[in-house]
Ligand binder design. Structure first.
Ligand SMILES: C[S@@+](CC[C@H](N)C(=O)[O-])C[C@H]1O[C@@H](n2cnc3c(N)ncnc32)[C@H](O)[C@@H]1O
Length: 386
């Protein structure tokens, strides 16, 4: 018998829940011996003759299973899978999408963190006779090494969207495209263009290395259990030719620009703290003394006897005083402003600038010996913000 708990019954008709679990069970158990119940708190209970097995879906692991067959078919169809392709699927869960991928792909690599899911997945795959076409890896996808693959197709756990995207796009893998089911709001931010209210550093950083296309929206009612948010499918196509290769430098630059994305760049780069930060980096960089003095930016005040920049220079109050006294700092600030003016960027706002313009500005800075990435610090682990 079905007892639908309140939260579920609000969004999924009982028959959908029943249908989904019947689908799973049809594939790997003797349905006539089983009864399936859903319980409170997202617990799904499969009663066998003399014992019970619980499958509790963990929200913390993003365990929302996609059950709408039409949506699953569309995802597979839009992914443009060739019969020679190896497909990487992150988070196969109980295999709803996996089985469809196995029908069309040459091979599927499925990376799943939850052993219980893998148990069900393996049974369903075996039942369909696809064992020879799948490699199942029981690991955290963020830590697993991926062997070669042609495409990614996945309904991923939403809580790892950013780091997973970063791993796929900025790691060593090469692939044709990634078709991903994402939280709708995250997908919108990924797709945002200059001038859109949700245009942001995530979109800017991803668009440096890939093109992103909207595929379709998916209702929360198409999942079991029903999540709080709607979803969207996007396709991401890595670019063959990335226009700026130093990703750490690009990431540090866009972080500076988008901290206050609606401020003019002139205002952002006039901030004393920012000037001092860049000045320190400028001094640490491997510029010849002639180059520095030609710029009028040699710094006696901020450097100690060993030529190291004094730590207290990062303190805004100290920098206030310094900027009044130190011609090196003040010349450096003028140098920044001159770069901005030379490209007509001083009164522009990052929220309205496409990547081509941001890239132009970064190249102008670099040509002037101004860099953003501090090699002495660990790389920004939020290269793709949530
Ligand atoms: C949204 S569900 C998708 C399940 C299935 N693909 C579907 O569409 O029905 C996400 C799956 O990813 C798994 N998962 C969560 N975190 C993971 C991680 N870090 N690495 C690999 N799999 C993970 C969950 O256990 C769950 O099975």
């Amino acid at each position: 018998m079905f007892r639908s708990p309140k939260p579920l019954s609000l969004c999924i008709p009982r028959c959908v829940i029943r249908q989904h679990f019947l689908q799973i069970c049809e594939k790997y158990t003797h349905l006539h011996k089983n009864r399936i119940e859903d319980d409170h708190n997202g617990k799904y209970r499969k009663k066998k003759e003399n014992h019970e097995v619980f499958l509790q879906l963990h929200k913390s692991r993003g365990q929302h299973l996609l059950t709408n067959q039409r949506v699953l078919d569309s995802i597979v169809q839009k992914s443009d899978i060739r019969s020679t392709d190896t497909v990487l699927e992150i988070g196969p869960g109980t295999g709803n999408l996996t089985l469809k991928l196995l029908e069309v792909a040459k091979h599927v690599i499925a990376v799943e963190i939850d052993k219980r899911m893998i148990e069900i997945l393996n049974k369903r795959v075996a039942e369909c006779g696809f064992e020879h076409k799948i490699t199942v890896i029981n690991k955290d996808a963020l830590k697993a090494e991926f062997s070669e693959f042609d495409l990614v197709v996945a309904n991923i756990p939403y809580n790892i969207s950013s780091p997973l995207l970063a791993k796929l796009l900025f790691g060593s893998s090469t692939f044709r495209s990634a078709t991903l089911l994402l939280q709708k709001e995250f997908a919108r931010r990924l797709l945002a263009n200059p001038g859109d209210s949700d245009y942001n550093r995530l979109a800017v950083n991803v668009k440096l290395v890939a093109d992103v296309q909207f595929v379709m929206d998916v209702s929360k009612r198409d999942f079991v259990p029903c999540p709080k948010v709607d979803s969207s499918v996007v396709m991401i196509f890595p670019k063959d030719d990335v226009p700026y290769k130093d990703l750490d430098e690009w990431g540090a630059f866009t972080k500076t620009c988008f901290t206050k994305k609606n401020k003019t760049l002139g205002a952002t780069f006039k901030q004393k703290k920012k000037v001092m930060e860049l000045y320190k980096l400028f001094n640490r960089r491997d510029l010849s003394e002639e180059e520095k003095s030609a710029d009028g930016c040699s710094n006696d005040r901020c450097n100690d006897e060993d030529g190291e920049v004094k730590e207290d220079c990062s303190d805004e109050e100290a920098c206030d005083q310094l900027s009044g006294l130190d011609t090196g700092v003040s010349n450096f600030k003028d140098k920044i402003m001159a770069v901005l003016k030379s490209g007509g960027f001083d009164d522009k706002r990052p929220s309205k600038l496409p990547n081509t313009e941001l890239l132009k500005l970064l190249l102008l800075f670099n040509q002037a010996g101004i860099y953003f990435y501090d090699q002495a610090r660990p790389a920004d682990d939020e290269f793709l913000p949530n």
